[in-house]
Each structure stands twice: as C-alpha cells, then as structure tokens.
Design a protein around this ligand. Sequence first.
Ligand SMILES: [Zn+2]
Length: 422
Amino acid sequence: MKIACITVFLFATIALKAVPSPPQGLRIDYTRSGGTHQEHIHIYRLTQEPYFSGPPRHMLFPFDYGNHKVEVSLHKKDTITYSYHYNSLFREWQHIPYEANSPRTFPGSVKIPYPQQPVNICFYSRNHSQQWEKKQTFTIDPNHDMIRRTPPKDYTVEKIHDSGDYKEKMDLVILPDGYREDDMEQFHRDAVRFKDYLINCEPFKTHKDKINVWRVDVPSIDEGISKPHRGKWKHTAFSTHYNTFGFRRYITTNDHYSLREAAANTPYDLIFILVNETTYGGGGIFNFYSIASSGSRQAAYLMIHEFGHHMAFLADEYEGGTGYENYYPTNMEPLEPNITTLVAFDQKWKHRMAPTTPVPTPEKPKYKDQVGVFEGAGYETKGVFRPYMSCSMRSAQYDHFCPVCQQAIIRMIKYYANESLD
Ligand SMILES: [Zn+2]
C-alpha cells in the first residue's frame, strides 16, 4: 500500500512539472581540466532544456571571437549545423603561471539546438598562435536514456523588459546571488535598476527594442557572498566570491552547473549575476557570464563594463591592474575588436580614422573626441593600443563606450536579434 501511494505521488509530480514538448535545447555540462599547456574536456551530464533562444538565421557564429568554440555536425557527415564561440575562466587561469602550474578542473556548459538525430559535438580551443585545435569530439544520440529530462528546478520568473519573441531578440537573464528569501523584494528593485542601467546606455539605448530582460528569483541561504581574503565564506545559490586568482575585486563562480540550471527557466542568450554586496567588484567573460556587486557606488559603470566583456568580447582598455602575464602578445593581433597591436590594424578600426590622424596618436586635447590609436590598453603600457582616449572599457565612466566599442556591441545585438549583419 505504501509503495502504491508513492508511485501515484511520483506520477502526479512528474505530470505537474512536464517540460514543454518537444524540448528546444540540449545543455552539455562538461569539465575543462589541465594546466598551463594541457587541456582536457569531459562530459559531466546532458540535460534537455525547454528553450533555445539562439538566432535562427545565425546558426553558425559569425564573429572570429573567443578562445573556445563548439561545433555541431550530423553524425558521419561533415556539414556543421551549429557553432558558438566563448571564453572561460580556465583560459584566464592559464595566464597566471603560479596558478596554472597546479592542474585544476573548471566546469562549463554549452547549449545547442536539440538534435533530431545523432550528432557530433566538437570542442575546440585556440593555441598560442590563435589557431583552432580540436580538443574533443563526442557523439550524442538525442534519444539516449541518460539525457536528463527533468524540467529545470522551478523558480519564479519575470520578464522585466519585453520587446517580443525571444528568438528575434537578445535575451538577458538576471540572477541573484547572496539574496535570501527575505531579500527578494530588494533583488526585484536591483534587477530593475540594472536593467535601466543597460537600456539607458548607448548603444543599448538606441537598440532597446531588440532586447528582452528576464529575472529569475533564486534565494540564497546567506546574505552577501564569500570574501576569501577576509576568511568569510557564505552559502549562496551560485557560490560567487571575490578575490578570484588573488584579485580582490574580481568576482567569479566555478559553480557553473547551478547557474545554468537556474537560467534554464527562461529563454536566455546572456547571463548577469547580481551579487548582494556594496563592496566594489565584478567580472565578465565572453559568452560565459557577467557579474557585478549591486550596491556599489559605481554600480552603473560596473554593469555596462562587465557586460561589454560578456556580450561583445570587448577587451579592457586600461593599463596594469592584473597579474596576467603577456595576455596580449605584441607580435600578433588580439582577437578583441577594441584593441590592436598594429600587427593587422587594417582588420580593426583603421578605416574609421581620419587620414590626418597620426599612428600612434598622441594623447593631446585635439584628439580627445577622435578615433585614433592611443598607446596603453589590454593591461600593457606599451605595444597595445586603444581607439579612443577614454571609454567605459578604460575608466569608471557610465554611458561612455567609444565609437569602436559601440560598433562591436551593435553588431552583437543584431546577431542575437536575428538581424542581418551587413
Ligand atoms: Zn572602447
């Protein structure tokens, strides 16, 4: 009798939580392990997701950005049906020699359109010459019984900026960390405030009708997030923490699976984590996630700066400030659209410069509002150049993206909004 009751209860639960059918997305949770010169990828689990918000006309990622990519092709055929580029915390960690000497594992996830037949999934990373190297190939049968078919863990979802169908828009999901159940009203106010920072900042402001913003209410046990350098550790929904790689203001999380599981409650292209802290800090990794402390006095700047890293692959245009070694070798052109080493400047913003503007461009008042090539960017004082004297990617100024950064952002918005990039 007892067993029968449990069976009925289970069926009832499953029926109530049924995932919309058919599933649109397949999430691949994997680990990326290694050290300075090794990299290994292993699948952790596969999960069907109710939404896939990628742009239908851009199934192949159109920009040569990022240090990792995933490609999908039909099994036993070569035609690539889907690709996506991104960066990772692992790649940043590889640039810190004293860290990367001890091998570590970093979780990550990629989402692909739910396959209709067996597919090959190929993971690539760039080598030191920026060339793609195939790291691992997996064959996935969409009917395999080990694909998790449970719906995402259920949280309250609210669309706080609605421009229409998620397949035709850039969808941003805002997630809370360090907000307890009792802090959810505060999170709601903070999420709206950060949404407003975004859609009141150019070029997002002009293109706000191409953007949706969602909020998912995920409570934490503790208030605030971990500060390892002060010996303070918290139980939070996504385990974000300050002091990543010893940089006190650098907030990240390695709890990627919890993050993606919560985000799966909405259609999303991009993730922003609001941490319930007043201490300045944040982080942004291309097509991975972005984070900022919600109560910082510079929250508006933090939001758009970190989001610039996350959604448009923008480099930092400032000098120093990190422990990265040789992050942008001066003998090759950086991949990021807003810095150059002049190795292949023709591919960057040279066409935007007035013919009379000198290369490099001196930091003189007459060039203050002109596109030029100003030395000092990408954490280096020499050999790496930026397009404008000031920019939100260089200093703590809100709504001050330079023309080159703005152009890169607009192209990425158009990609997510399923528009032509011509
Ligand atoms: Zn810029």
